[in-house]
Design a protein around this ligand. Sequence first.
Ligand code: 5GP
Ligand code: ZN
Length: 139
Amino acid sequence: MQEKDCLFCRIIRGEIPSSKVYEDEYVYAFLDIAPSFAGHTLVVPKNHYENILDIDVNEASHIFATIQKIAPAIMKATGAEGFHVLQNNNEVAGQTVFHTHFHIIPRKAGDGMTLWTPTPYESDKKRDEMARKIQVEIH
Ligand code: 5GP
Ligand code: ZN
Protein backbone atom coordinates (compact mmCIF):
# COMPACT_ATOMS: atom_id res chain seq x y z
CA MET A 1 0.00 0.00 0.00
CA GLN A 2 1.21 3.49 -0.82
CA GLU A 3 0.73 6.93 0.69
CA LYS A 4 -0.59 9.88 -1.27
CA ASP A 5 1.91 12.53 -0.18
CA CYS A 6 5.03 10.45 0.54
CA LEU A 7 8.00 11.56 -1.61
CA PHE A 8 9.19 8.04 -2.43
CA CYS A 9 5.64 6.74 -3.06
CA ARG A 10 5.28 9.61 -5.53
CA ILE A 11 8.60 8.70 -7.19
CA ILE A 12 7.52 5.04 -7.46
CA ARG A 13 4.22 6.12 -9.06
CA GLY A 14 6.16 8.27 -11.54
CA GLU A 15 4.62 11.54 -10.30
CA ILE A 16 8.13 12.83 -9.56
CA PRO A 17 10.91 12.01 -12.03
CA SER A 18 13.81 9.78 -10.99
CA SER A 19 16.77 8.04 -12.60
CA LYS A 20 15.64 4.42 -12.38
CA VAL A 21 18.21 1.66 -12.00
CA TYR A 22 15.92 -1.34 -11.48
CA GLU A 23 12.27 -2.16 -10.88
CA ASP A 24 10.18 -5.26 -10.28
CA GLU A 25 6.85 -6.08 -8.64
CA TYR A 26 8.07 -5.27 -5.12
CA VAL A 27 11.02 -2.88 -5.32
CA TYR A 28 12.11 0.29 -7.04
CA ALA A 29 15.78 1.37 -7.19
CA PHE A 30 16.91 4.81 -8.35
CA LEU A 31 19.84 7.20 -8.06
CA ASP A 32 20.04 9.41 -4.99
CA ILE A 33 19.61 13.05 -5.97
CA ALA A 34 22.44 14.15 -3.64
CA PRO A 35 24.87 11.21 -3.73
CA SER A 36 27.99 10.53 -1.67
CA PHE A 37 29.49 9.41 -4.97
CA ALA A 38 28.07 8.95 -8.48
CA GLY A 39 26.11 5.71 -8.59
CA HIS A 40 24.78 6.05 -4.99
CA THR A 41 21.49 4.18 -5.30
CA LEU A 42 18.37 3.94 -3.15
CA VAL A 43 16.49 0.63 -3.00
CA VAL A 44 12.93 1.01 -1.71
CA PRO A 45 9.94 -1.29 -1.24
CA LYS A 46 7.00 -0.31 -3.46
CA ASN A 47 4.72 -0.58 -0.44
CA HIS A 48 5.01 2.24 2.06
CA TYR A 49 6.78 1.33 5.32
CA GLU A 50 8.25 3.97 7.57
CA ASN A 51 11.40 2.17 8.68
CA ILE A 52 13.11 -1.20 9.00
CA LEU A 53 10.99 -2.15 12.02
CA ASP A 54 7.66 -2.17 10.20
CA ILE A 55 8.63 -3.50 6.76
CA ASP A 56 7.11 -6.87 5.88
CA VAL A 57 9.87 -9.45 6.38
CA ASN A 58 9.29 -11.11 3.00
CA GLU A 59 9.59 -7.77 1.26
CA ALA A 60 12.76 -7.08 3.26
CA SER A 61 14.11 -10.40 2.06
CA HIS A 62 13.30 -9.42 -1.52
CA ILE A 63 15.15 -6.14 -1.00
CA PHE A 64 18.24 -8.08 0.06
CA ALA A 65 17.99 -10.23 -3.07
CA THR A 66 17.72 -7.01 -5.08
CA ILE A 67 20.81 -5.58 -3.39
CA GLN A 68 22.71 -8.76 -4.29
CA LYS A 69 21.56 -8.32 -7.88
CA ILE A 70 22.30 -4.65 -8.41
CA ALA A 71 25.29 -3.87 -6.16
CA PRO A 72 27.71 -5.76 -8.46
CA ALA A 73 26.28 -3.78 -11.39
CA ILE A 74 26.84 -0.51 -9.52
CA MET A 75 30.45 -1.50 -8.80
CA LYS A 76 31.05 -2.43 -12.44
CA ALA A 77 29.48 0.74 -13.76
CA THR A 78 31.34 3.05 -11.35
CA GLY A 79 34.65 1.20 -11.08
CA ALA A 80 34.13 0.86 -7.32
CA GLU A 81 35.93 -1.86 -5.42
CA GLY A 82 33.35 -2.12 -2.62
CA PHE A 83 30.13 -0.64 -1.37
CA HIS A 84 28.10 0.14 1.74
CA VAL A 85 24.52 -0.78 2.43
CA LEU A 86 23.25 1.95 4.74
CA GLN A 87 19.82 2.33 6.22
CA ASN A 88 18.77 5.14 8.58
CA ASN A 89 15.94 4.84 11.11
CA ASN A 90 14.41 7.92 12.72
CA GLU A 91 15.45 11.53 12.50
CA VAL A 92 18.23 11.30 15.08
CA ALA A 93 19.92 8.66 12.89
CA GLY A 94 19.72 10.84 9.79
CA GLN A 95 16.46 9.57 8.29
CA THR A 96 14.97 12.39 6.26
CA VAL A 97 12.50 10.45 4.09
CA PHE A 98 10.11 8.33 6.12
CA HIS A 99 9.58 5.63 3.50
CA THR A 100 12.17 3.03 4.38
CA HIS A 101 15.09 2.75 1.96
CA PHE A 102 18.50 1.17 1.64
CA HIS A 103 21.44 3.21 0.36
CA ILE A 104 23.98 1.41 -1.81
CA ILE A 105 27.10 3.59 -1.76
CA PRO A 106 29.98 2.62 -4.03
CA ARG A 107 33.47 2.95 -2.50
CA LYS A 108 36.93 3.36 -4.00
CA ALA A 109 40.31 3.32 -2.29
CA GLY A 110 41.24 6.78 -1.04
CA ASP A 111 37.80 8.31 -1.62
CA GLY A 112 37.93 9.95 1.82
CA MET A 113 34.54 8.86 3.17
CA THR A 114 34.42 8.04 6.89
CA LEU A 115 31.45 6.52 8.65
CA TRP A 116 32.16 6.67 12.37
CA THR A 117 34.95 7.23 14.87
CA PRO A 118 35.60 4.05 16.88
CA THR A 119 35.17 4.73 20.62
CA PRO A 120 36.30 1.86 22.89
CA TYR A 121 34.43 0.91 26.09
CA GLU A 122 36.05 2.02 29.34
CA SER A 123 36.49 -1.66 30.29
CA ASP A 124 35.47 -5.20 29.30
CA LYS A 125 33.04 -5.11 32.25
CA LYS A 126 31.27 -2.04 30.85
CA ARG A 127 30.99 -3.77 27.47
CA ASP A 128 29.51 -6.92 29.03
CA GLU A 129 27.06 -4.79 31.06
CA MET A 130 25.84 -3.18 27.87
CA ALA A 131 25.40 -6.59 26.20
CA ARG A 132 23.30 -7.74 29.17
CA LYS A 133 21.17 -4.57 29.12
CA ILE A 134 20.34 -5.26 25.49
CA GLN A 135 19.75 -8.99 26.04
CA VAL A 136 17.02 -8.38 28.64
CA GLU A 137 15.17 -6.10 26.21
CA ILE A 138 14.98 -8.75 23.45
CA HIS A 139 11.60 -10.46 23.44
P1 5GP B 1 17.86 9.33 4.44
O1 5GP B 1 18.61 10.54 4.91
O2 5GP B 1 16.38 9.40 4.80
O3 5GP B 1 18.49 8.02 4.83
O4 5GP B 1 17.97 9.33 2.87
C1 5GP B 1 17.12 10.04 2.04
C2 5GP B 1 17.85 10.21 0.72
O5 5GP B 1 16.92 10.58 -0.25
C3 5GP B 1 18.93 11.30 0.77
O6 5GP B 1 20.19 10.72 0.52
C4 5GP B 1 18.48 12.28 -0.30
O7 5GP B 1 19.54 12.81 -1.06
C5 5GP B 1 17.54 11.45 -1.15
N1 5GP B 1 16.48 12.24 -1.78
C6 5GP B 1 15.70 13.18 -1.17
N2 5GP B 1 14.81 13.69 -2.05
C7 5GP B 1 15.02 13.03 -3.22
C8 5GP B 1 14.41 13.12 -4.50
O8 5GP B 1 13.48 13.89 -4.75
N3 5GP B 1 14.90 12.30 -5.48
C9 5GP B 1 15.93 11.44 -5.24
N4 5GP B 1 16.34 10.67 -6.28
N5 5GP B 1 16.53 11.32 -4.05
C10 5GP B 1 16.08 12.11 -3.04
ZN1 ZN C 1 5.96 6.06 0.82
